[in-house]
Write a protein that binds this ligand. Structure first.
Ligand SMILES: NC(=O)c1ccc[n+]([C@@H]2O[C@H](COP(=O)([O-])OP(=O)(O)OC[C@H]3O[C@@H](n4cnc5c(N)ncnc54)[C@H](O)[C@@H]3O)[C@@H](O)[C@H]2O)c1
Length: 287
């Protein structure tokens, strides 16, 4: 037997701590759950304090070490405070998921299969543009900024050197989607390249930075319209090459790979998990 670590042992994150943004729901909640399952101490942060508290309480009740904090990622002071609270509670920060995001809407094509007047570029709301960029792109910068700050200090604080940052991007970083608002495309494409830059800069500090780019997952994004509207869900299922939208449990193994030592040679990767959506275009556009 060689001295190499055993493969499954490399997925163990016991004794480490993880902070997740936008973790009261959907994909962020799945990240928090898999980190707890794999042994990490977790902070659930979200703009939705009630939801964060509810999910943290549930996981504590299930026997995991989980705390929660309120944090709007578009506000750098709230992000810095959430990281400071996490470090004070757990003594450092090894894993961060920069996940919070939303689609502010007004796509140029409607789910009813026609042009959507308020989604056209020539009239698109500048307030919606600013809100989407402020959360989906600047919010990721804020989170990575504070993650780098605390991870650079891990070793001096007696912890493990460096850490792993995982950003939630989207297949929208690669493929344009007619039924998602235009700023979301720009924000997620920006997230992808920012992730690569951060990975390049932070590699020397032992900090890995990667992105998960999901295709369509059943979550509460867009006010949960896919959950509320079975016909919209069926329409989406038909668009995906594998024939169905994903459930959030399906993102957990990839999240654990990137967060743990199992992904120790991965940095700067933008990993698609999209049921094949990247393989062909969605083209309802001959109006
Ligand atoms: N669901 C999908 O199909 C899909 C596809 C690609 C990418 N994504 C990305 O996944 C991430 C998570 O989305 P989801 O689908 O799980 O949606 P979701 O709505 O279920 O969860 C998003 C969470 O983020 C929180 N949030 C919203 N604005 C916030 C802010 N300013 N600060 C902090 N928290 C905030 C919400 O309260 C919510 O709990 C987003 O970045 C989204 O763009 C989702």
């Amino acid at each position: 037997m060689s001295d190499d670590p055993r493969t499954l042992d490399q997925f163990d994150v016991s004794g480490r701590s993880a902070l997740v943004t936008g973790a009261a729901s959907g994909i962020g909640l799945a990240y928090a759950e898999v980190m707890a399952e794999a042994g990490a101490k977790v902070t659930i942060t979200d703009i939705d304090a009630e939801g964060a508290a509810r999910e943290a309480d549930r996981l504590v009740h299930e026997g995991f070490e989980v705390r929660w904090d309120t944090c709007d990622v578009s506000d750098i002071e709230q992000v810095a405070r959430a990281f400071d609270h996490h470090v004070a509670a757990y003594g450092g920060c090894d894993i961060v998921f920069a996940n919070a995001g939303l689609d502010v809407g007004d796509s140029f094509w409607s789910p009813e299969d026609k042009r959507n007047p308020s989604g056209q570029i020539d009239v698109y709301s500048t307030d919606k543009w600013d809100k989407s960029i402020g959360i989906n792109l600047t919010g990721v910068f804020h989170t990575v900024r504070e993650a780098a700050r605390v991870m650079k200090a891990n070793e001096a604080n007696g912890g493990r050197r460096g850490g792993s940052i995982v950003i939630t991007s989207s297949n929208a970083a690669e493929v344009n989607e007619a039924i998602v608002g235009v700023p979301y495309m720009a924000a997620k494409a920006g997230v992808k390249h920012f992730m690569r830059h951060a990975a390049y800069e932070l590699a020397a500090y032992g900090i890995r930075v990667n992105a998960i780019a999901p295709g369509p997952f059943v979550t509460n994004i867009g006010d949960g319209w896919v959950k509320k509207n079975p016909r919209a869900k069926e329409a989406w299922d038909r668009l995906v090459p594998v024939g169905r939208m994903a459930e959030t449990y399906q993102i957990k193994p990839l999240a654990l790979l990137l967060a743990s030592d199992a992904g120790s040679y991965m940095t700067g990767s933008h990993v698609m998990i999209d049921g094949g959506m990247q393989l062909g275009s969605v083209k309802p556009l001959n109006d």
